[in-house]
Design a protein around this ligand. Structure first.
Ligand code: TPP
Ligand code: MG
Length: 544
Protein backbone atom coordinates (compact mmCIF):
# COMPACT_ATOMS: atom_id res chain seq x y z
CA UNK A 1 0.00 0.00 0.00
CA UNK A 2 2.83 2.39 0.79
CA UNK A 3 4.40 1.74 -2.58
CA UNK A 4 1.09 2.44 -4.29
CA UNK A 5 1.06 5.84 -2.62
CA UNK A 6 -1.89 5.01 -0.39
CA UNK A 7 -1.97 7.51 2.47
CA UNK A 8 -5.27 6.75 4.19
CA UNK A 9 -7.21 3.61 4.91
CA UNK A 10 -10.82 3.77 6.12
CA UNK A 11 -12.35 1.01 8.18
CA UNK A 12 -12.98 -0.78 11.43
CA UNK A 13 -10.96 -3.54 13.07
CA UNK A 14 -12.12 -6.95 14.19
CA UNK A 15 -10.13 -9.86 15.55
CA UNK A 16 -9.65 -11.43 12.12
CA UNK A 17 -7.80 -8.43 10.69
CA UNK A 18 -5.78 -7.32 13.70
CA UNK A 19 -2.43 -8.56 12.33
CA UNK A 20 -2.82 -6.12 9.41
CA UNK A 21 -3.88 -3.34 11.77
CA UNK A 22 -0.86 -4.09 13.90
CA UNK A 23 1.43 -3.54 10.93
CA UNK A 24 -0.39 -0.28 10.14
CA UNK A 25 0.80 0.84 13.57
CA UNK A 26 4.34 1.19 12.23
CA UNK A 27 3.36 2.39 8.79
CA UNK A 28 3.05 5.87 7.26
CA UNK A 29 -0.50 5.02 6.25
CA UNK A 30 -3.05 6.73 8.48
CA UNK A 31 -6.10 4.70 9.43
CA UNK A 32 -9.48 6.34 9.92
CA UNK A 33 -11.91 4.58 12.22
CA UNK A 34 -15.49 4.82 10.94
CA UNK A 35 -18.86 4.16 12.57
CA UNK A 36 -20.12 1.74 9.93
CA UNK A 37 -18.14 0.05 7.18
CA UNK A 38 -20.50 1.48 4.52
CA UNK A 39 -19.15 4.85 5.61
CA UNK A 40 -15.60 3.56 5.05
CA UNK A 41 -16.41 2.62 1.47
CA UNK A 42 -18.06 5.99 0.77
CA UNK A 43 -15.17 7.85 2.44
CA UNK A 44 -12.67 5.96 0.30
CA UNK A 45 -14.80 6.84 -2.73
CA UNK A 46 -14.91 10.53 -1.77
CA UNK A 47 -11.16 10.52 -1.22
CA UNK A 48 -10.55 8.88 -4.62
CA UNK A 49 -12.95 11.24 -6.38
CA UNK A 50 -11.36 14.36 -4.93
CA UNK A 51 -7.76 13.22 -5.28
CA UNK A 52 -7.69 10.95 -8.32
CA UNK A 53 -5.50 8.71 -6.16
CA UNK A 54 -5.88 5.13 -4.96
CA UNK A 55 -7.70 4.87 -1.66
CA UNK A 56 -8.30 1.96 0.65
CA UNK A 57 -10.71 0.28 3.07
CA UNK A 58 -10.10 -2.31 5.71
CA UNK A 59 -12.58 -4.50 7.57
CA UNK A 60 -12.84 -7.70 9.47
CA UNK A 61 -14.33 -10.93 8.07
CA UNK A 62 -18.07 -11.55 7.74
CA UNK A 63 -20.20 -8.53 8.72
CA UNK A 64 -17.36 -6.02 8.41
CA UNK A 65 -16.93 -7.00 4.78
CA UNK A 66 -20.64 -7.36 3.98
CA UNK A 67 -21.28 -3.86 5.38
CA UNK A 68 -19.03 -2.49 2.64
CA UNK A 69 -21.18 -3.76 -0.20
CA UNK A 70 -23.25 -0.67 -1.15
CA UNK A 71 -20.32 1.73 -0.93
CA UNK A 72 -18.11 -0.56 -2.97
CA UNK A 73 -20.85 -1.15 -5.54
CA UNK A 74 -21.04 2.63 -5.86
CA UNK A 75 -17.28 2.86 -6.39
CA UNK A 76 -17.43 0.05 -8.95
CA UNK A 77 -20.07 1.90 -10.98
CA UNK A 78 -17.87 5.01 -10.79
CA UNK A 79 -14.67 3.10 -11.66
CA UNK A 80 -12.84 4.29 -8.58
CA UNK A 81 -9.54 2.70 -7.57
CA UNK A 82 -10.13 1.36 -4.07
CA UNK A 83 -8.10 -1.40 -2.48
CA UNK A 84 -10.15 -3.39 0.03
CA UNK A 85 -8.38 -5.51 2.61
CA UNK A 86 -10.52 -7.87 4.67
CA UNK A 87 -9.81 -10.53 7.23
CA UNK A 88 -10.89 -14.16 7.11
CA UNK A 89 -10.82 -17.19 9.37
CA UNK A 90 -7.65 -19.30 9.24
CA UNK A 91 -7.48 -21.66 6.28
CA UNK A 92 -7.09 -24.72 8.52
CA UNK A 93 -10.58 -24.24 9.92
CA UNK A 94 -12.29 -23.50 6.58
CA UNK A 95 -15.59 -25.30 6.36
CA UNK A 96 -15.84 -26.06 10.09
CA UNK A 97 -18.09 -23.15 11.00
CA UNK A 98 -15.61 -20.62 12.30
CA UNK A 99 -16.90 -17.36 13.77
CA UNK A 100 -17.68 -14.95 10.89
CA UNK A 101 -16.22 -17.39 8.39
CA UNK A 102 -16.80 -16.21 4.83
CA UNK A 103 -14.72 -18.70 2.85
CA UNK A 104 -17.74 -20.22 1.12
CA UNK A 105 -16.88 -23.65 2.57
CA UNK A 106 -19.22 -25.75 4.69
CA UNK A 107 -22.24 -23.51 4.20
CA UNK A 108 -20.47 -20.28 5.19
CA UNK A 109 -21.03 -17.14 3.12
CA UNK A 110 -18.71 -16.72 0.19
CA UNK A 111 -17.18 -13.28 0.45
CA UNK A 112 -15.14 -13.52 -2.74
CA UNK A 113 -18.26 -14.48 -4.70
CA UNK A 114 -20.29 -11.76 -3.01
CA UNK A 115 -17.85 -9.14 -4.21
CA UNK A 116 -17.31 -10.60 -7.68
CA UNK A 117 -19.92 -8.41 -9.33
CA UNK A 118 -18.74 -5.19 -7.68
CA UNK A 119 -14.96 -5.47 -7.89
CA UNK A 120 -12.54 -5.70 -10.78
CA UNK A 121 -10.59 -8.36 -8.92
CA UNK A 122 -11.61 -10.31 -5.83
CA UNK A 123 -9.35 -12.87 -4.26
CA UNK A 124 -9.04 -14.80 -1.05
CA UNK A 125 -5.28 -15.12 -0.64
CA UNK A 126 -4.91 -18.60 0.84
CA UNK A 127 -1.17 -18.95 0.35
CA UNK A 128 1.83 -16.71 0.07
CA UNK A 129 3.66 -18.55 -2.71
CA UNK A 130 1.66 -16.68 -5.37
CA UNK A 131 1.52 -13.38 -3.46
CA UNK A 132 3.69 -11.53 -5.97
CA UNK A 133 1.32 -12.47 -8.78
CA UNK A 134 -1.77 -11.51 -6.78
CA UNK A 135 -0.34 -8.15 -5.74
CA UNK A 136 0.77 -7.46 -9.28
CA UNK A 137 -2.72 -8.13 -10.60
CA UNK A 138 -4.20 -5.87 -7.92
CA UNK A 139 -1.73 -3.05 -8.61
CA UNK A 140 -2.25 -3.27 -12.36
CA UNK A 141 -5.99 -2.79 -12.00
CA UNK A 142 -5.74 -0.05 -9.39
CA UNK A 143 -3.35 1.89 -11.62
CA UNK A 144 -5.27 1.43 -14.85
CA UNK A 145 -7.21 4.27 -16.46
CA UNK A 146 -10.46 2.32 -16.13
CA UNK A 147 -9.99 1.16 -12.62
CA UNK A 148 -12.34 -0.12 -9.95
CA UNK A 149 -12.33 -1.70 -6.51
CA UNK A 150 -10.01 -4.63 -5.80
CA UNK A 151 -10.67 -6.97 -2.86
CA UNK A 152 -7.92 -8.97 -1.18
CA UNK A 153 -9.09 -11.15 1.67
CA UNK A 154 -6.41 -12.57 3.93
CA UNK A 155 -7.08 -15.53 6.23
CA UNK A 156 -5.81 -14.96 9.73
CA UNK A 157 -2.98 -17.51 9.53
CA UNK A 158 -1.83 -16.13 6.16
CA UNK A 159 -1.64 -12.63 7.64
CA UNK A 160 0.86 -13.93 10.17
CA UNK A 161 3.13 -15.67 7.66
CA UNK A 162 6.47 -14.06 6.97
CA UNK A 163 7.29 -13.29 3.35
CA UNK A 164 10.44 -11.90 1.83
CA UNK A 165 9.89 -8.18 1.35
CA UNK A 166 11.91 -8.30 -1.87
CA UNK A 167 8.86 -9.76 -3.61
CA UNK A 168 7.51 -6.21 -3.64
CA UNK A 169 10.25 -5.26 -6.06
CA UNK A 170 8.70 -7.44 -8.73
CA UNK A 171 5.43 -5.51 -8.56
CA UNK A 172 4.80 -2.59 -10.83
CA UNK A 173 3.50 0.05 -8.44
CA UNK A 174 4.66 3.19 -10.19
CA UNK A 175 3.29 3.56 -13.66
CA UNK A 176 -0.20 4.76 -14.41
CA UNK A 177 -1.27 2.83 -17.45
CA UNK A 178 -2.75 5.03 -20.08
CA UNK A 179 -3.71 2.86 -23.00
CA UNK A 180 -4.33 6.01 -24.98
CA UNK A 181 -0.91 7.28 -25.80
CA UNK A 182 -1.50 7.42 -29.53
CA UNK A 183 0.76 10.03 -30.93
CA UNK A 184 -1.89 11.24 -33.30
CA UNK A 185 -5.58 10.51 -32.90
CA UNK A 186 -7.92 10.26 -35.88
CA UNK A 187 -9.29 13.76 -35.42
CA UNK A 188 -9.51 14.94 -39.03
CA UNK A 189 -13.06 13.72 -39.44
CA UNK A 190 -14.12 15.32 -36.18
CA UNK A 191 -12.52 18.62 -37.14
CA UNK A 192 -14.35 18.56 -40.44
CA UNK A 193 -17.69 17.86 -38.72
CA UNK A 194 -17.14 20.86 -36.47
CA UNK A 195 -16.20 23.08 -39.38
CA UNK A 196 -19.23 21.97 -41.42
CA UNK A 197 -21.79 22.32 -38.62
CA UNK A 198 -23.84 25.46 -38.16
CA UNK A 199 -25.12 24.84 -34.65
CA UNK A 200 -22.90 22.34 -32.86
CA UNK A 201 -23.39 21.59 -29.17
CA UNK A 202 -20.90 19.94 -26.82
CA UNK A 203 -22.20 17.50 -24.21
CA UNK A 204 -19.39 17.32 -21.67
CA UNK A 205 -19.31 14.58 -19.06
CA UNK A 206 -17.22 13.32 -16.19
CA UNK A 207 -14.61 11.95 -18.61
CA UNK A 208 -13.54 15.57 -19.24
CA UNK A 209 -12.82 15.99 -15.54
CA UNK A 210 -11.01 12.66 -15.34
CA UNK A 211 -8.74 13.59 -18.20
CA UNK A 212 -8.23 17.18 -17.04
CA UNK A 213 -9.82 18.51 -20.22
CA UNK A 214 -11.83 21.40 -18.73
CA UNK A 215 -9.53 24.07 -20.09
CA UNK A 216 -9.33 22.71 -23.60
CA UNK A 217 -13.12 22.21 -23.75
CA UNK A 218 -13.52 25.89 -22.85
CA UNK A 219 -10.92 26.86 -25.46
CA UNK A 220 -12.72 24.95 -28.20
CA UNK A 221 -16.09 26.31 -27.14
CA UNK A 222 -14.82 29.90 -27.19
CA UNK A 223 -12.70 29.59 -30.32
CA UNK A 224 -15.56 28.22 -32.41
CA UNK A 225 -18.57 29.60 -30.54
CA UNK A 226 -19.90 26.21 -29.49
CA UNK A 227 -22.45 26.12 -26.63
CA UNK A 228 -21.69 23.54 -23.94
CA UNK A 229 -24.11 21.54 -21.84
CA UNK A 230 -22.90 19.08 -19.23
CA UNK A 231 -24.07 15.90 -17.64
CA UNK A 232 -24.77 16.24 -13.93
CA UNK A 233 -21.37 14.77 -13.09
CA UNK A 234 -19.77 17.19 -15.51
CA UNK A 235 -21.35 20.26 -13.90
CA UNK A 236 -18.75 23.02 -13.68
CA UNK A 237 -16.61 21.84 -16.62
CA UNK A 238 -17.37 25.26 -17.98
CA UNK A 239 -18.79 27.62 -15.41
CA UNK A 240 -22.60 27.53 -15.25
CA UNK A 241 -23.91 30.94 -16.22
CA UNK A 242 -20.90 31.80 -18.41
CA UNK A 243 -21.57 33.04 -21.93
CA UNK A 244 -21.62 29.72 -23.80
CA UNK A 245 -23.01 27.54 -21.04
CA UNK A 246 -26.31 25.77 -21.68
CA UNK A 247 -26.39 24.45 -18.11
CA UNK A 248 -27.12 20.85 -17.25
CA UNK A 249 -28.73 18.34 -19.58
CA UNK A 250 -31.02 15.87 -17.92
CA UNK A 251 -34.49 14.89 -16.90
CA UNK A 252 -34.18 16.61 -13.52
CA UNK A 253 -32.73 19.85 -14.93
CA UNK A 254 -34.70 22.91 -16.04
CA UNK A 255 -34.93 21.58 -19.59
CA UNK A 256 -33.26 24.55 -21.30
CA UNK A 257 -30.40 22.56 -22.83
CA UNK A 258 -32.83 19.91 -24.06
CA UNK A 259 -34.95 22.56 -25.77
CA UNK A 260 -31.99 24.20 -27.48
CA UNK A 261 -30.63 20.89 -28.77
CA UNK A 262 -33.97 19.79 -30.16
CA UNK A 263 -34.71 23.10 -31.84
CA UNK A 264 -31.33 24.07 -33.19
CA UNK A 265 -28.40 21.65 -32.92
CA UNK A 266 -27.09 19.97 -36.05
CA UNK A 267 -24.01 18.35 -34.47
CA UNK A 268 -23.69 16.83 -30.99
CA UNK A 269 -20.17 16.32 -29.67
CA UNK A 270 -20.07 13.91 -26.75
CA UNK A 271 -16.94 14.40 -24.67
CA UNK A 272 -16.54 11.78 -21.94
CA UNK A 273 -20.28 11.66 -21.41
CA UNK A 274 -22.02 8.30 -21.12
CA UNK A 275 -25.56 9.48 -22.07
CA UNK A 276 -27.24 7.53 -19.30
CA UNK A 277 -30.96 7.39 -18.53
CA UNK A 278 -31.17 10.76 -16.83
CA UNK A 279 -28.88 12.73 -19.12
CA UNK A 280 -30.59 11.37 -22.23
CA UNK A 281 -34.20 11.78 -21.05
CA UNK A 282 -34.56 8.01 -21.23
CA UNK A 283 -32.71 7.97 -24.55
CA UNK A 284 -35.18 10.37 -26.14
CA UNK A 285 -34.70 9.89 -29.90
CA UNK A 286 -35.44 13.58 -30.58
CA UNK A 287 -32.16 14.60 -28.97
CA UNK A 288 -30.07 13.05 -31.73
CA UNK A 289 -32.57 12.88 -34.61
CA UNK A 290 -31.25 14.34 -37.88
CA UNK A 291 -28.03 15.44 -36.28
CA UNK A 292 -24.46 14.43 -36.81
CA UNK A 293 -22.92 12.80 -33.78
CA UNK A 294 -19.29 12.78 -32.67
CA UNK A 295 -17.79 11.24 -29.57
CA UNK A 296 -14.48 11.11 -27.74
CA UNK A 297 -14.10 8.86 -24.73
CA UNK A 298 -11.13 7.36 -22.92
CA UNK A 299 -13.34 4.42 -22.00
CA UNK A 300 -13.86 2.11 -24.97
CA UNK A 301 -17.00 0.67 -23.34
CA UNK A 302 -18.75 4.01 -23.72
CA UNK A 303 -18.14 4.33 -27.45
CA UNK A 304 -21.41 4.08 -29.37
CA UNK A 305 -22.96 2.29 -26.38
CA UNK A 306 -26.40 3.83 -26.83
CA UNK A 307 -26.17 5.69 -30.15
CA UNK A 308 -24.41 5.47 -33.47
CA UNK A 309 -21.77 8.11 -34.06
CA UNK A 310 -20.48 9.57 -37.30
CA UNK A 311 -17.08 9.82 -35.63
CA UNK A 312 -16.13 7.93 -32.47
CA UNK A 313 -12.64 8.37 -31.05
CA UNK A 314 -11.17 6.19 -28.35
CA UNK A 315 -8.67 8.49 -26.77
CA UNK A 316 -7.65 11.08 -24.26
CA UNK A 317 -10.06 14.01 -24.56
CA UNK A 318 -7.52 16.67 -23.73
CA UNK A 319 -5.06 15.33 -26.24
CA UNK A 320 -7.67 14.88 -28.97
CA UNK A 321 -9.19 18.34 -28.53
CA UNK A 322 -5.77 19.98 -28.58
CA UNK A 323 -5.23 18.39 -31.97
CA UNK A 324 -8.64 19.58 -33.15
CA UNK A 325 -7.80 23.10 -32.02
CA UNK A 326 -4.53 23.04 -33.94
CA UNK A 327 -6.23 21.83 -37.08
CA UNK A 328 -8.94 24.47 -36.78
CA UNK A 329 -6.33 27.18 -36.29
CA UNK A 330 -4.67 26.02 -39.51
CA UNK A 331 -7.97 26.23 -41.39
CA UNK A 332 -9.97 29.23 -42.48
CA UNK A 333 -12.97 28.23 -40.37
CA UNK A 334 -14.48 31.02 -38.32
CA UNK A 335 -16.69 31.19 -35.25
CA UNK A 336 -20.26 29.96 -35.53
CA UNK A 337 -23.11 32.36 -35.93
CA UNK A 338 -24.58 32.51 -32.43
CA UNK A 339 -27.73 34.47 -33.28
CA UNK A 340 -30.05 31.54 -32.42
CA UNK A 341 -28.18 30.75 -29.24
CA UNK A 342 -28.35 34.39 -28.16
CA UNK A 343 -32.10 34.51 -28.85
CA UNK A 344 -32.48 31.34 -26.78
CA UNK A 345 -30.64 32.79 -23.78
CA UNK A 346 -32.49 36.13 -24.05
CA UNK A 347 -35.81 34.27 -24.05
CA UNK A 348 -34.74 32.37 -20.94
CA UNK A 349 -33.83 35.56 -19.12
CA UNK A 350 -37.21 37.13 -19.78
CA UNK A 351 -38.98 33.86 -18.82
CA UNK A 352 -37.12 33.96 -15.49
CA UNK A 353 -38.07 37.59 -14.82
CA UNK A 354 -41.82 37.08 -15.26
CA UNK A 355 -42.00 34.16 -12.88
CA UNK A 356 -45.38 34.01 -11.27
CA UNK A 357 -45.11 34.16 -7.46
CA UNK A 358 -47.70 31.35 -7.26
CA UNK A 359 -45.44 29.15 -9.31
CA UNK A 360 -44.71 26.02 -7.25
CA UNK A 361 -41.04 26.70 -7.84
CA UNK A 362 -41.25 29.83 -5.70
CA UNK A 363 -41.72 27.44 -2.76
CA UNK A 364 -38.07 26.68 -3.23
CA UNK A 365 -37.05 30.32 -2.89
CA UNK A 366 -35.07 29.52 0.25
CA UNK A 367 -33.24 26.68 -1.47
CA UNK A 368 -32.56 28.86 -4.48
CA UNK A 369 -31.25 31.62 -2.26
CA UNK A 370 -29.09 29.17 -0.35
CA UNK A 371 -27.43 28.05 -3.57
CA UNK A 372 -27.01 31.65 -4.74
CA UNK A 373 -25.27 32.55 -1.49
CA UNK A 374 -23.16 29.39 -1.56
CA UNK A 375 -21.97 30.36 -5.03
CA UNK A 376 -21.37 34.00 -4.05
CA UNK A 377 -19.48 33.17 -0.86
CA UNK A 378 -17.51 30.25 -2.24
CA UNK A 379 -16.83 31.15 -5.87
CA UNK A 380 -13.85 28.82 -5.91
CA UNK A 381 -11.93 26.26 -3.98
CA UNK A 382 -14.91 24.52 -2.36
CA UNK A 383 -15.96 20.88 -2.63
CA UNK A 384 -19.67 20.16 -2.73
CA UNK A 385 -21.03 16.65 -2.29
CA UNK A 386 -24.70 16.52 -3.17
CA UNK A 387 -27.10 13.61 -2.66
CA UNK A 388 -30.19 15.69 -3.45
CA UNK A 389 -29.02 16.68 -6.99
CA UNK A 390 -32.48 17.85 -8.08
CA UNK A 391 -32.21 21.34 -6.59
CA UNK A 392 -28.63 21.88 -7.68
CA UNK A 393 -29.47 21.12 -11.31
CA UNK A 394 -31.88 24.02 -11.39
CA UNK A 395 -30.50 26.44 -8.83
CA UNK A 396 -26.78 25.98 -8.42
CA UNK A 397 -24.42 27.68 -10.83
CA UNK A 398 -21.21 25.78 -10.29
CA UNK A 399 -18.17 27.86 -11.17
CA UNK A 400 -15.32 26.11 -12.91
CA UNK A 401 -13.15 26.82 -9.85
CA UNK A 402 -15.24 24.61 -7.58
CA UNK A 403 -15.63 20.89 -7.54
CA UNK A 404 -19.19 19.65 -7.56
CA UNK A 405 -19.64 15.97 -6.71
CA UNK A 406 -23.21 14.86 -7.31
CA UNK A 407 -24.30 11.49 -6.05
CA UNK A 408 -23.42 9.13 -8.88
CA UNK A 409 -22.41 5.48 -9.06
CA UNK A 410 -25.53 3.58 -8.05
CA UNK A 411 -27.27 6.72 -6.66
CA UNK A 412 -27.28 5.43 -3.14
CA UNK A 413 -28.58 7.48 -0.27
CA UNK A 414 -26.26 7.71 2.73
CA UNK A 415 -23.36 8.83 0.57
CA UNK A 416 -22.80 12.60 0.88
CA UNK A 417 -21.59 12.87 4.49
CA UNK A 418 -18.98 10.09 4.44
CA UNK A 419 -17.86 10.93 0.90
CA UNK A 420 -17.36 14.58 1.89
CA UNK A 421 -15.34 13.48 4.92
CA UNK A 422 -13.08 11.37 2.67
CA UNK A 423 -12.57 14.30 0.28
CA UNK A 424 -11.92 16.78 3.12
CA UNK A 425 -9.24 14.48 4.50
CA UNK A 426 -7.47 14.82 1.15
CA UNK A 427 -7.95 18.54 0.52
CA UNK A 428 -8.02 21.39 3.02
CA UNK A 429 -10.90 23.14 1.30
CA UNK A 430 -14.33 24.29 2.49
CA UNK A 431 -16.55 21.23 2.13
CA UNK A 432 -20.31 20.82 1.96
CA UNK A 433 -22.40 17.65 2.18
CA UNK A 434 -25.92 18.41 0.93
CA UNK A 435 -28.69 15.89 1.42
CA UNK A 436 -32.31 15.21 2.33
CA UNK A 437 -33.47 14.28 5.81
CA UNK A 438 -34.17 10.68 4.74
CA UNK A 439 -30.66 10.22 3.40
CA UNK A 440 -29.26 12.06 6.41
CA UNK A 441 -30.58 9.42 8.77
CA UNK A 442 -28.76 6.73 6.83
CA UNK A 443 -25.32 8.16 7.48
CA UNK A 444 -25.50 10.85 10.17
CA UNK A 445 -23.46 8.73 12.58
CA UNK A 446 -20.42 9.39 10.41
CA UNK A 447 -20.56 13.02 11.56
CA UNK A 448 -18.98 11.60 14.72
CA UNK A 449 -16.07 10.39 12.59
CA UNK A 450 -15.56 14.01 11.52
CA UNK A 451 -15.80 15.05 15.18
CA UNK A 452 -13.37 12.32 16.18
CA UNK A 453 -10.69 13.54 13.78
CA UNK A 454 -11.54 17.26 13.87
CA UNK A 455 -12.50 17.38 10.19
CA UNK A 456 -14.30 20.64 9.33
CA UNK A 457 -17.49 20.04 7.38
CA UNK A 458 -20.80 21.70 6.57
CA UNK A 459 -23.75 19.35 6.48
CA UNK A 460 -26.77 20.87 4.78
CA UNK A 461 -29.97 18.93 5.37
CA UNK A 462 -33.29 19.73 3.69
CA UNK A 463 -35.92 19.16 6.35
CA UNK A 464 -39.26 18.25 4.77
CA UNK A 465 -40.09 15.29 7.05
CA UNK A 466 -40.65 13.15 4.00
CA UNK A 467 -38.88 11.41 1.19
CA UNK A 468 -40.14 13.92 -1.29
CA UNK A 469 -39.00 12.07 -4.37
CA UNK A 470 -41.16 9.16 -3.31
CA UNK A 471 -44.03 11.43 -2.26
CA UNK A 472 -43.89 13.20 -5.63
CA UNK A 473 -44.18 9.89 -7.48
CA UNK A 474 -47.10 8.90 -5.28
CA UNK A 475 -48.82 12.19 -6.19
CA UNK A 476 -48.02 12.00 -9.90
CA UNK A 477 -48.37 8.29 -10.56
CA UNK A 478 -50.23 6.67 -7.65
CA UNK A 479 -53.19 8.95 -7.02
CA UNK A 480 -52.02 10.40 -3.68
CA UNK A 481 -51.90 6.96 -2.04
CA UNK A 482 -49.06 7.88 0.31
CA UNK A 483 -47.21 4.94 1.72
CA UNK A 484 -43.89 4.95 3.57
CA UNK A 485 -42.75 8.39 2.53
CA UNK A 486 -43.43 10.60 5.60
CA UNK A 487 -41.55 10.27 8.87
CA UNK A 488 -40.62 12.06 12.07
CA UNK A 489 -37.24 13.76 12.24
CA UNK A 490 -34.97 13.96 15.25
CA UNK A 491 -34.63 17.40 16.79
CA UNK A 492 -31.62 18.56 14.78
CA UNK A 493 -30.70 21.17 17.36
CA UNK A 494 -30.28 18.62 20.14
CA UNK A 495 -28.74 16.11 17.76
CA UNK A 496 -26.06 18.66 16.87
CA UNK A 497 -25.59 19.57 20.53
CA UNK A 498 -25.08 15.94 21.49
CA UNK A 499 -22.55 15.53 18.65
CA UNK A 500 -20.74 18.65 19.88
CA UNK A 501 -21.19 20.50 16.58
CA UNK A 502 -22.93 23.74 15.62
CA UNK A 503 -26.50 23.90 14.42
CA UNK A 504 -28.20 26.56 12.34
CA UNK A 505 -31.85 26.37 11.39
CA UNK A 506 -32.80 28.24 8.21
CA UNK A 507 -36.40 29.40 7.97
CA UNK A 508 -36.05 32.81 6.34
CA UNK A 509 -33.71 34.65 4.01
CA UNK A 510 -32.47 36.59 7.04
CA UNK A 511 -31.32 33.28 8.55
CA UNK A 512 -29.36 32.62 5.38
CA UNK A 513 -27.77 36.07 5.52
CA UNK A 514 -26.80 35.39 9.10
CA UNK A 515 -25.42 31.95 8.24
CA UNK A 516 -23.09 33.23 5.56
CA UNK A 517 -22.14 36.40 7.45
CA UNK A 518 -21.49 34.97 10.88
CA UNK A 519 -20.77 31.24 10.76
CA UNK A 520 -17.38 29.66 10.44
CA UNK A 521 -18.01 27.57 7.32
CA UNK A 522 -14.38 26.71 6.73
CA UNK A 523 -13.00 25.56 10.06
CA UNK A 524 -15.80 23.97 12.07
CA UNK A 525 -18.49 21.32 11.78
CA UNK A 526 -21.91 22.79 11.11
CA UNK A 527 -25.30 21.19 10.73
CA UNK A 528 -27.39 23.51 8.59
CA UNK A 529 -31.06 22.61 8.55
CA UNK A 530 -33.09 24.19 5.74
CA UNK A 531 -36.85 23.98 6.21
CA UNK A 532 -38.86 23.16 3.11
CA UNK A 533 -42.48 22.36 2.36
CA UNK A 534 -43.21 18.64 2.10
CA UNK A 535 -45.73 19.24 -0.68
CA UNK A 536 -43.53 21.35 -2.90
CA UNK A 537 -42.12 19.08 -5.54
CA UNK A 538 -39.43 19.74 -8.08
CA UNK A 539 -40.73 20.50 -11.50
CA UNK A 540 -40.26 17.20 -13.29
CA UNK A 541 -42.21 14.05 -13.79
CA UNK A 542 -40.79 10.64 -13.06
CA UNK A 543 -40.77 8.01 -15.76
CA UNK A 544 -41.79 5.31 -13.31
C1 TPP B 1 -29.91 3.29 -0.35
C2 TPP B 1 -31.09 3.83 -1.09
N1 TPP B 1 -32.33 3.43 -0.72
C3 TPP B 1 -33.42 3.91 -1.37
C4 TPP B 1 -33.28 4.79 -2.40
C5 TPP B 1 -34.51 5.31 -3.17
N2 TPP B 1 -34.72 6.74 -2.94
C6 TPP B 1 -34.35 7.67 -3.83
S1 TPP B 1 -34.70 9.21 -3.35
C7 TPP B 1 -35.38 8.68 -1.92
C8 TPP B 1 -35.97 9.65 -0.95
C9 TPP B 1 -34.94 10.47 -0.27
O1 TPP B 1 -35.51 11.24 0.77
P1 TPP B 1 -34.74 12.45 1.38
O2 TPP B 1 -33.33 12.08 1.61
O3 TPP B 1 -35.50 12.97 2.54
O4 TPP B 1 -34.73 13.51 0.20
P2 TPP B 1 -35.95 14.35 -0.39
O5 TPP B 1 -36.47 13.56 -1.57
O6 TPP B 1 -36.98 14.52 0.66
O7 TPP B 1 -35.33 15.65 -0.82
C10 TPP B 1 -35.33 7.29 -1.83
C11 TPP B 1 -35.83 6.49 -0.69
C12 TPP B 1 -31.96 5.16 -2.77
N3 TPP B 1 -31.70 6.02 -3.77
N4 TPP B 1 -30.90 4.69 -2.08
MG1 MG C 1 -36.71 14.64 2.74
Amino acid sequence: MERLGIEYIFGMPGAHILPVYDSLYDSNIKSVLVKHEQGAAFMAGGYARASGKISACITTAGPGATNLVTGIANAYADKQPILIITGETSTYIFGKGGLQESSGEGGSIDQTDLFKGITRYSKIVERTDYLAHVLNQAAKILLSANSGPVLLSFPYNVQKELVDASLLDSINTGIKHHPLQQRSLPVDALTQLIIDAQHPVIIAGYGCIKSGAQEVVTQLSEAMGIPVTTSLKGKGIIGDGTALSLGCLGVTSNGDAYQYIIEHADLIIFLGAGFNERTSYLWDAKLLANKKVAQIDHDAEQLEKVFKADVAIHGDIRHALSEVLEKIADSTAGRKNLAKFNLHTEALKSKASDKNPDDPQSKFALVKNFYAKLEANFPENAMIFDDNIIFAQSYFNVSSGNRYFPNSGISSLGHAIPAAIGARIFAQKPTFAILGDGGFQMCCMEIMTAVNYGIPLNIVVFNNATMSLIRKNQVQLYNNRFIDCDFVNPDFHYLALSFGIRHKKIVTDADLDDLFANSDLTGSINLIEIMIDKDAFPNYRSGR
